[in-house]
Write a protein that binds this ligand. Sequence first.
Ligand SMILES: [Zn+2]
Length: 414
Amino acid sequence: MKKFIIIILAVFLLLVGVVIAWSTITFHSFSFDDAAIAQDEKTLGYYLDTYDRSRDAFRKATDDIKKKFANAKSLTLAVPSNISEGLTVDVLYIPQHKKQKRLLVLSSGVHGVEGFVGSAIQRMFIDDFITVDLLNSMGVLIIHGMNPYGFKHYRRVTENNIDLNRNCDTDVALYATKNEGYPRVYQLINPAEPVDLSSFGNRFFHLKAINQILRASMRTLRQAILQGQYEYPEGLYFGGKQAEAQVKLVSKELGPILRQYPVVLNIDLHTGYGERGVLHLFPNPIEDRNIKEKVENVFKGYSIEWGDTGSFYTTTGDFSTFLGKLMPEGTYLPMTFEYGTMNSHTTLGAIKSLHVTILENQGHHFGYASKSDEVRVKANFLEMYYPTSPAWRMKVMEDTRKLLKSSLDNFKNM
Ligand SMILES: [Zn+2]
């Protein structure tokens, strides 16, 4: 009887695998993208296709703001690299007029490849939101391209394979954090051989993943993989053994600015996780009830997906929480905007996202069986974090405009 059940289960899994293997790696067309969303050249024009072009445009916008507001300052933080010259984190700071009560920090590119969308949003913000009226009620600090190496080379991680959003803390104890669940998923997510898209393991990646899901739960698996790990430098979601150079620079150069304000709101811009075309409010959980309520008040009318609920997850060493540690005295309100691209809140979407992420990391470390595999893996990876769909690009920009308008009005009254 037991044997029979096992056979039935095996056949079922095989069928599931066959049915979905065809869709492995390649992207579905999402019905969302066929929606009739009005497109305008100005909005789509914010989306640029290289790090250099994005940064140039940000610097140009910064120069224009400096001509308009005499107290605006720009700052360039040089990030050392063995591969690329001239990598920088670029900063625009405009103090609040008259008194310094509130500060908005808008940051992008903590995950390098997500910087394209982040940069576009930041430049839209500069054009549409920075007015005398806004500056009368808050200062603005814009951090462009926290991970310029990843931005330039279309990777999520830094040059040291570090996930910067698992690397940030003022306390070095972070780097001794044990992720108990990670060793169990290590082999699934870190294959140590060149990428071969025609291999059995890649064609039937879904089967391997479903097998793991059957043994643990989806939630356990997601948490183990995504929370961050500090033991395997070549593995996915490696948080490092020490703070990356730009993390130290932010602490030194921007910490003093944050500490001038009693109330600071951070919005850290990310892409890739969640329902396609949806702007998710996805902060790490906040234990302080009072702070949590304030965050909820700023984003009143919108649902917040705290990392410890639903299909989301918590992380260690994230950038947004870290900024708050730079100002122990004041009120700090962290928020992450996550623009969904691949429906990773569903099981199939999550498996697909994971596969794309694994292949890119594997290819980086072990190379590719063929040039065409390399091209395909890199294109899928970029598409996951920077969708080419004009409908997607229009929608996230419009939704962000709307959300910022209401939330900054609420923030003004805090
Ligand atoms: Zn991200």
